[in-house]
Design a protein around this ligand. Sequence first.
Ligand code: FES
Ligand SMILES: [Fe+2]
Length: 371
Amino acid sequence: MFYSSILRQPAWTQAGCQPRENGTCSSGTRSTWSALLRPLRTLREHLMNDETKTDPWAGFARGWFMLRFSDELEAGQVVPLRRFDRELVLFRTASGEAKVLDAYCPHMGAHLGHGGKIVGEGIVCPFHAWKFDGTGKCIEIPYAKRIPPKAGLSCWPVRERNGMIFVWHDREKSEPDWEIPVLEEWEDPEFLPWRHAKLQIKTPPLAIAENLADAGHFIPVHNTHPVPGSFSNTYADHIGEQKIKAIAYPVHGGKDEFESKATYYGPAYQVTKMFGKGLGVIINAHTPIDAENVMLRFAVSMKATKGMTDELIEHFINNMRDGYLQDVQIWENKIYLDRPMLCDGDGPIGEFRRWYAQFYTPRNEAADAAE
Ligand code: FES
Ligand SMILES: [Fe+2]
């Protein structure tokens, strides 16, 4: 795209001559280096402009992102993580608090996630044993009398809800302005033990979240036939919701008439409740690793009702899990289209993108846009 834009530039930007006020050009004999470098600067500007023009989702969204299920992080465990194109360290203190800090030690740059040790409520750097508390403040240097006043690491807001560990990402570094709601089914003894899994996939986050508005994919991807007129989306604040009634012919056989409600809380955490032969719940959460890759974590469970056999439960859970993997196959291989060629019968993709854009827009501008 930028090649054709460059070709449309005035001749002086290509040939290195000096512009005159009237727009004509003449050969430049002074500032030869400057003239030679100008086309490179022009190219760079075009590249940058091209990126911002074609990628409205540059950077990462504001919101809560799941890092792990709680049972994937034991007390005293230290985990190096790359998320949001940044190196982080996730750890659980001796008392059980999950914490996330920037990974690189301000002393001499060691990565706390590789060899850092938990001592009490803090983490000790593997290189020279500086100790940081859960807020990132340096609280001990074993060989020094004085701790440099600015010694510290950036601390990321963390919540542990519904057996999951979330981190708040916000380029503006503001406090969270909404919370992950309690999912009653997570602790409900009538629900079967949750099964969860993770999967790294190569796709931008938008592709995953946009599924919420995609009315046309149910039949070809899931062999699920919506009841005409039953598909709807609603968007309010940070919550986006999809409702549908359908007849599914799932991967592992059978036929299931169901109604479902799929709710995104923010840009990256979704809870889907399916009411059919039983009540099933699917959680999916995606967290960017970098601009092209996300780590996807999902969990499924269902309510154990009377007369339900182990075989039926297994069958239902496998169907939920593998139905989800059908989406993954598409996401991993699709490209992003800034202007998809939509038709009647498609879901409200534009409405979805306007809602989703709030998570990429600075807060004050998002508030102005909402008014
Ligand atoms: S690099 Fe961390 S204590 Fe020296
Ligand atoms: Fe889907």
